[in-house]
Design a binder for this molecule. Structure first.
Ligand code: ASP
Length: 428
């Protein structure tokens, strides 16, 4: 009897649509987390399994699919796609910080907290990486090292170079060389296909991982988000919502693409981003959704999505606008227009610099604060305000990451359409 019940659940699990299962996992996780509080942390390993599986596949997936993509695309075409997606990424990020700032100016989170007077705001300069170094580090000194350390930008650079190399070799006039190029291409092509299969397997486990990840966050932080920090959370989420619904909606509609279709095709990736809080970790699913559900060719998705997961962080940009204002409000400092403009500029740069991993945005927020003369000193009021938002960072990070990943997907769809490479049959 017991066995048959187990079998029933097993059969139900594999026969139910993935999306429904993920949704049930999400809801169940939130409820169980709120009911059981911090003790729900015992389920954490179930969530770590999902995160580890995604991390396991992400670098091999980026490398193989990008090599295949670059080897099948004309270098000129690649340049065009690169420029288009870059402009889209920068423009939407700048819009995002502005939305965050406007929302924060309206809701005024942190006002009245009076953590300190201005005199307390002092400290030492932060050690920021130099801009030029960040730029130069895109070229990996050791591609294998970059691969093993999971550095996405250097691997994008290497994979593009290697892929273009393969396409040169494939087209060689000498038969032996052309054949060798073709073989190498097939090997990478086959390896990439295997990665896609593994992603499909990982997705089968996703609902259980989603349940555990959400339960732990809600168990730990559910209450505080409704408490004194509720207004920051609300303001940030209003910003995320505006960006996802209005800004991306606008871009899609202007390009004559249905928002509903987009949403339906992208929702697995969106939910995964929300619960894993990692753009990079979500990449395998983002790439799969774009290709299989929305008709983006792999050669474009394998380039624009890893790039977006690394440099395009609209949610993080919104968060920076909101939190910079929260902190200045909390310590009773007024921001003038020039300072708000400075925030826009540095937040775009900081969001580019944020890694697509959980919590990265919260660290880069320090750079934005620094740009308007605020530094964190132990025991200061700024440190207290910063600590407050760090306390609920998991919740804010969920919203940031879903926005980040959605932005990458919208950009990818638009560039594919612009290149006339989008399979419009998927949009009917
Ligand atoms: N977690 C975010 C991401 O992966 C980055 C951030 O912390 O803002 O996209």
């Amino acid at each position: 009897m017991r066995a048959s019940k187990k079998k029933g659940l097993f059969a139900w699990y594999f026969n139910t649509s993935l999306l429904l299962r993920i949704f049930i996992g999400l809801m169940l996780g939130a409820i169980i987390g709120i009911v059981f509080g911090p003790s729900v942390a015992v389920v954490q390993p179930l969530g770590s399994i999902l995160v580890n599986l995604l991390k396991m596949i992400v670098m091999p997936l980026i490398l193989t699919s990008l090599v295949v993509g670059a080897a099948s695309i004309q270098p000129k075409e690649l340049g065009k796609i690169g420029i288009r997606i870059f402009i889209y990424y920068i423009v939407t990020s700048a819009l995002a910080v502005s939305i965050g700032l406007i929302a924060a100016n309206i809701f005024n989170p942190g006002a009245g907290l009076e953590l300190a007077v201005n005199a307390d705001i002092a400290g030492k300069a932060l050690n920021q990486p130099k801009f030029m170094d960040t730029f130069l580090n895109i070229i990996p000194k050791n591609p294998f090292g970059a691969l093993s350390q999971g550095q996405v930008l250097p691997i994008i650079f290497f994979a593009l170079t290697f892929g273009i190399g393969i396409s040169v070799v494939r087209n060689s006039e000498e038969e032996r060389i052309a054949k060798a190029g073709e073989t190498l291409f097939s090997i990478f092509d086959g390896a990439a296909e295997v990665m896609y299969v593994i992603v499909r397997w990982i997705l089968e486990y996703a609902p259980i991982g989603v349940f555990a990840l959400i339960a732990v966050v809600f168990g730990k932080q559910g209450a505080s988000a409704f408490g004194s920090l509720g207004l920051v959370t609300l303001t940030a989420y209003v910003g995320f919502f505006i960006q996802i619904a209005l800004v991306y909606g606008f871009f899609l509609v202007v390009n004559k693409l249905s928002y509903l279709t987009f949403f339906k095709g992208a929702r697995e990736a969106m939910v995964t981003a929300f619960v894993t809080r990692s753009s990079s970790g979500t990449l395998p699913i983002t790439m799969r959704n774009m290709n299989e559900n929305l008709g983006v060719p792999k050669k474009i998705a394998s380039f624009t999505l890893p790039l977006g997961a690394t440099i395009n962080m609209d949610g993080t940009a919104i968060y920076m606008g909101v939190c910079a204002l929260f902190i200045t409000n909390a310590v009773g400092m007024d921001l003038n227009l020039t300072q708000q403009f400075t925030i826009i500029l540095t937040a775009v740069l900081a969001s580019i610099g944020s890694a697509g991993i959980p919590g990265a945005g919260a660290i880069m927020l320090l750079m934005v604060l620094n740009s308007i003369g605020i530094t964190i000193e132990a025991g200061s009021a700024v440190a207290a305000a910063y600590a407050m938002i760090l306390g609920i960072d998991a919740l804010l990070d969920m919203g940031r990451t879903i926005t980040n990943v959605t932005g990458d997907m919208v950009g990818t769809v638009l560039v594919s359409k612009g290149e006339k490479e989008l399979d419009l049959r998927k949009w009917k």
